[in-house]
Design a binder for this molecule. Sequence first.
Ligand code: SF4
Length: 270
Amino acid sequence: MGTKIRCPNGDIKTAEECLECGKCYPPPVMRKLLAGPLKRRSKKKRDKPRFGVTRVTAECLRKSYFDMVEEVIHSLDKFWIFSRGHAIHDFIQADMPKEDVEVFKQVNFALFDLIGFIDAVHEGVLYEFKTTANLPEMPQEHHILQSQAYFSMLSPEEQAKIDKISIIYFSLSNIKHFEIPKRIITPFLEANGTILAQALKTGEPPMKTKSWLCKFCEFKEQCEAADRGEYVVPNSEEKKEEPQNKKEEEANTPSVTYQISEQKTLATIF
Ligand code: SF4
């Protein structure tokens, strides 16, 4: 079960059906927007689950869980948000040596494996790039945790070579960067990953973290069903292959930056 597309008329389509219809945008735009969902991979059999970093550093583990077991439906404009972010990443990374960008890391825990793609480790700085509609006043908590997770996944020798961690936010009109503390958060990553692994095994959604983000959550119905003890997991196995590159890792939680931006936009307007 892969990503599905919500048509402007409300129909739910596969990426292939959406591309074939092609009414929304001209073909070159449709092909680029749908490149990710068209690249469907079958899930590999593993003896334990594999989580991308953003799964375990997300604000709500219950949402991370639903995102793995439920079908995800996005509108085409969401794919534009993803694509725009990817283009900015590519632009910034283009002048760095290949070995410094999208640095893959994997740490194996008892019940799961954790994988991550660091945007860049360059000249003693670990970089995390974020694209957003509006620049934040402060780095967002889950972005701090994500960056510190990458730092934690480096070997002690690699950690010793890192002078600082930098999160850089890019909007369409400006750039803002923050230096955040180097912190090893391995126990936190292990605790959250273990909760997710147990949830996948038992089919019982993990505890929720309620916040203002709930009102934008695409799994509200399932969350309420879980609260009533009525949630039925579509299949006890996770359905999505975890990310193969940074773009896919970011696509696990892209909506948060978008939604925060939306909220700020609304706050500005009203
Ligand atoms: S509605 Fe809120 S608490 Fe429930 S899964 Fe979504 S983000 Fe988590």
